[in-house]
Design a protein around this ligand. Sequence first.
Ligand SMILES: NC(=O)c1ccc[n+]([C@@H]2O[C@H](COP(=O)([O-])OP(=O)(O)OC[C@H]3O[C@@H](n4cnc5c(N)ncnc54)[C@H](O)[C@@H]3O)[C@@H](O)[C@H]2O)c1
Length: 324
Amino acid sequence: MSAVTLKKGAVAVITGAASGIGLAAAHSFASLGMSLFLVDYSPHLDAAVKQIQAVDGVGEVGSMKVDVGKVEEVVAMRERVLDLFGEVSPRPPQQRRHIPPHARLLPLDPLADLQANWHAVLDTNFFGIMNVAQAFAPYMARQENASVIVCTGSKQGITCPPGNAGYNVSKSAVKTYTEQLAHELRNAPDCACSAHLFVPGWTHTGMTAGGDQAKPKPAGAWTAEQTVEYMIDKVFEEGDFYVICPDNETSSALDKARIEWNLRDIIENRPALSRWHPAYKARFEEFVQGKQGLSTRSRSRGRALDRERASPAPGVAVPLPIIE
Ligand SMILES: NC(=O)c1ccc[n+]([C@@H]2O[C@H](COP(=O)([O-])OP(=O)(O)OC[C@H]3O[C@@H](n4cnc5c(N)ncnc54)[C@H](O)[C@@H]3O)[C@@H](O)[C@H]2O)c1
């Protein structure tokens, strides 16, 4: 059980609040009568703010357009939040980078383009989270009321399915950073702030729907509302650090089997990412089936990368990443 109660009067700062999981979190908290500070760099933020202001019983709603990859903007945002609310309670989700990184590690593109792409992904996905956490955590660690910091990672930062190296690296960094943050907060004297790693499953959002969440939800995906509900239960009711969401295609048991296989690559000195190595394919399937007769079928094995998305370089297309 977390020491934080989601209730009228509590404050949530939500980054990436204009769309998807962040917007769904804003709706959930608003319906509990909480006050919110909504952050995004998208022009859609204004519409999101209007939607949230219209939620029955919502507290005060502040907002600011911020690129979380820019620490000076994040610090200005923190000052605005402290002016408005004095202190902060939970601080859920985050953001993602619209520009997908190259799915390939060995492209023939100019190195400068490749580097710019990787920096763009890491700036938002990792430094965005680090900037916000570093700006707020020292204040939250000292405030009287209990609070939580929820950082959004991905299974792609844990089991790391190949196909989108930049995204995987950024999400692995989020996992490690959030673990370190949780440890530091736990050991800080008189600190009532905790950190949590929120790992959505396949969730139907602007990101996975190619920018158009209005498209029909694929059967295997959860809605953003389902994912947020799961996060709220695990973080605020159970007090869990690792919140690994299932979806309609991947059960928690299958996630655990994949994570175990991944860790065993190190323990058993197997080739990196052996799950996708032809010599280990059958053993992986046997391993997973041995775990409660699970099926290995999922988007992260063998599903054709059948969708394409424009890359930042005009005229170049990169395969859409596998999202596990
Ligand atoms: N949807 C999924 O299946 C899934 C799975 C695993 C992890 N995630 C993670 O969940 C998080 C939310 O993703 P989503 O699916 O809701 O995507 P989304 O595209 O619907 O929402 C992301 C929001 O973040 C904003 N944003 C992006 N870069 C920003 C920046 N630099 N500064 C400020 N705002 C920025 C965007 O404008 C957008 O409003 C991401 O971290 C994503 O990696 C999503």
